[in-house]
Design a protein around this ligand. Structure first.
Ligand code: ADP
Length: 720
């Protein structure tokens, strides 16, 4: 990139920032140096006039000194002028200043170049040598130009050196080497100047680039901060708006559930209720997060009872733990104070997240909440809350991301266990706001410990007692919860021993067998059956009812069957009168989806015309398809935990027992690439969600007709 004219002056109308910046910086350096050196030059001239030997006439000395001093004065004035308005000067202004300084330097060096002529006036070569030395000293001081503006420096240097060379060449034959040395020095300095100027220009270029980047960064930061603020504001407004209708849905479904309903209606309303609960949790989390982002979240500082907060956490999780047969226990270490000052609701929120996660990610075993005192002063206490589980655990490489918003240990987590990946991020911020921190220890397939610390104030009444009663202050006596280091309660056992035997002839026993049979056959009618005969089955199945019901609500039919089988409900003979045969209904369809709501929807949509079976994951779908009673058509979801829809289809086709079953994808993945991939893998159709029921029915019918026609032709071909 050429940024100067041949003479090194700034081109007239250049817009090159680096060239303009370099010119401005070089002018500032050069003018600054001349302004600063005025008095030095004056002092050197005055001293020299007096110390020169008397055989050099006074008028000669003055002829040298006075012009040089005058030159320093002119320099000072010119340079003050150059500096004036330099920062704002236009390209043209800079160019004019460069030209002034060039003339100034040329005159300076010409005057200094005359030194050897004045000093050697009387023919004394020693004095002439002193003169040349002064010239060289001046030249070296002018080296600043070498880096900033080579044209000025090189022309000035040659004016100065030529005058010295001319003197020595004409006055002393023996000084030929000196003449050569001076000429060589001129060449070396010229070259050096060009190199130095390049480096100078480069460093100025880098400075400008850095400044530009910093300015851009600052600008982007401003935009990002503004956008975050706006987003948070928007989210918090919109979340409030959304929360209102959601709570109306929750309360209305609660009221509807209390009224007389048919089993089917009850099932639908329960689904609405569950979905609205999920939605409300999500919206609350998003609201919290946006409040935190916008710095609008404030903590309360009120007195509360720790036992009350812990009681709430356990009560809210009891049902979930019981449904999974998980032992939930609380352990309060001695010395933990009961009355605290702080934000009870926010503490509860953090603990709820830890405990509900622990239950969610644990299939069997226990969840243990432990509280211990870490540190205390007269006014404050620091407590540590740990939640230990025997669940799936977490791979160490995921630890760092866990406490970040929207992050889950494994991207399939949300598909399998639900969740948003927001809870831990919120817990971390809340713990930090309470002066504490959060952490995790975990081993895959063994379990995890999530912990947090927090500081709380001590209510005044407690602090006043402190003088009389040293540590431990306040060992709580909590009737319901106090179990300092008590052993884990035994895992609740199914109450099967006390229950009626499955093989009596009562209608309830038949119901149990029918439920088992439907579950074993992946028939979602089991879900309706348990809802319709909830009271009868609860009596019959006792403590296991909740677990069977949870499994069925999640459409985990194999698990429901295992639980029923363990209680003896397997007898197919008792089912004979009610058993459907494949011939009852025209065709059978297997719906594969990991979301219970979707399975319920498809079942209700298809059940009047077809025999419907369900599988909540790919593995189960493979087992059904390759079993003794394969379906006529498979409706397959794509995004599922573990084996996804594409992998399931590949495996279906690889197995001769299932390769002939037509597959239709039914999925929320609506990208054209996904559709192409699905069809390329061998699916016959690709339907995207949300589905339009009549269209689904029509496309299912078409596929089944094609399959029938194909089977008919195949039969004919075989006969022939
Ligand atoms: P969510 O549970 O809603 O996805 P969280 O922020 O509460 O969001 O948790 C983030 C992720 O941390 C979870 O998706 C899961 O992968 C992991 N995790 C949290 N608690 C546990 C636990 N007790 N055991 C195993 N994994 C956990």
């Amino acid at each position: 990139m050429r940024i100067h004219t041949a003479w090194g002056f700034l081109p007239h109308h250049t817009t090159n920032t680096v060239a303009v910046g370099t010119a401005r910086a070089s002018l500032e350096l050069r003018a600054g140096q001349s302004i600063a050196s005025k008095w030095v030059i004056w002092a050197v001239c005055a001293v020299t006039v007096f110390v020169l030997p008397a055989d050099l006439p006074l008028w000669v000395r003055l002829c040298w000194a006075l012009p040089v001093m005058g030159m320093a004065e002119v320099n000072w004035r010119v340079c003050t002028h150059v500096m004036d308005g330099l920062a704002q000067a236009s390209t043209q202004g800079l160019r004019v200043r460069q030209i002034w300084l060039w003339w100034m330097t040329a005159i300076n060096q010409a005057l200094m170049g005359s030194t050897v002529w004045w000093f050697g006036y009387s023919g004394d070569l020693t004095l002439a040598a002193v003169g040349t030395s002064l010239q060289l000293i001046y030249l070296s001081a002018a080296m600043i130009n070498a880096a900033t503006h080579p044209t000025t420096f090189v022309s000035g240097a040659w004016i100065n050196l030529s005058l010295a060379i001319l003197y020595w060449a004409t006055h002393s034959l023996v000084s030929i080497p000196l003449v050569l040395a001076l000429a060589g020095m001129g060449l070396v300095l010229s070259r050096l100047s060009v190199q130095m100027a390049h480096s100078f220009e480069e460093s100025i270029g880098m400075r400008y680039e850095n400044q530009r980047l910093l300015a851009k960064l600052e600008e982007e930061k401003q935009v990002a901060t503004e956008a975050t603020r706006f987003k948070s504001q928007f989210l918090s407004n919109i979340s409030h708006e959304i929360r209102t209708p959601i709570s109306a849905i929750t309360s209305m479904s609660y009221l509807v559930l209390k009224s007389e309903l048919t089993a089917k209606q009850r099932k639908y309303v329960e689904m609405i209720d569950q979905c609205s609960l999920h939605l409300r949790k999500l919206i609350n989390q998003v609201l919290d997060l946006s409040k935190m982002d916008a710095g609008m979240l404030q903590l309360e500082h009120r007195e509360f009872r720790l036992s009350q907060a812990l009681d709430n956490v356990l009560t809210m999780n009891e049902d979930a733990a019981t449904a999974k047969d998980i032992a939930l226990s609380l352990h309060v270490k001695p010395g933990t104070p009961e009355r605290l000052l702080g934000d009870e609701l926010r503490l509860t929120e953090v603990l709820l997240n830890f405990v509900s996660n622990a239950i969610k990610f644990t299939e069997q075993g226990s969840v243990r909440l432990e509280i211990a005192l870490v540190e205390q002063t007269t006014e404050r206490v620091q407590l540590k809350f740990s939640v230990q589980d025997t669940g799936i655990g977490i791979e160490p490489e995921h630890f760092d991301a866990l406490f970040k918003s929207f992050s889950q240990a494994d991207s399939s987590t949300s598909r399998k266990y639900g969740g948003t990946g927001l809870g831990l991020a919120i817990a971390k911020t809340l713990a930090e706001m309470m002066g504490g921190e959060v952490g995790v220890q975990s081993e895959p397939r063994v379990g995890s410990v999530f912990w947090c610390t927090a500081w709380f104030g001590r209510p005044e009444t407690v602090a006043a007692d402190l003088d009389n009663e040293p540590i431990p202050l306040d060992i709580p006596i909590w009737p319901r919860l106090a179990q300092p280091d008590a052993p884990d309660p035994a895992i609740p056992q199914a109450l099967s021993a006390a229950l009626p035997r499955p093989n009596d002839d009562s209608p309830e026993a038949l119901l149990g067998h029918r439920l088992a049979w439907l579950s074993a056959n992946d028939d979602p009618a089991a879900v309706d059956l348990i809802a319709t005969y909830a009271a009868e089955l609860k009596n019959r199945l006792g403590g296991s009812f909740e677990r069977i019901q949870t499994a069925l609500r999640q459409y985990d039919l194999p698990k429901a069957y295992r639980l029923l089988e363990a209680m003896g409900y397997t007898d197919p003979a008792t089912l004979a009168p009610t058993q459907k045969t494949a011939g009852d209904l025209a065709s059978s369809i297997l719906v594969v989806d990991d979301t219970p709501t979707n399975l319920a929807l498809m079942f209700d949509l298809l059940k009047d015309e077809y025999q419907v079976r369900v599988a909540s994951n790919g593995e189960r779908a493979l087992a059904i398809a390759s079993g003794s009673n394969p379906p006529d058509l498979i409706l397959l979801d794509v995004m599922m935990p573990g084996m996804d829809g594409f992998a399931t289809l590949t495996q279906l086709q690889a197995n001769p027992a299932s390769a002939h079953i037509p597959v239709v994808f039914l999925t929320a993945k609506n990208q054209i690439e996904d559709e192409e991939k699905g069809l390329r893998l061998g699916a016959l159709d690709y339907i995207t969600k949300p589905v339009n029921p009549p269209i689904v029915l029509r496309r299912v019918r078409t596929q089944l007709m094609l399959k029938k026609a194909h089977d008919f032709l195949q039969d004919k071909a075989n006969n022939l």
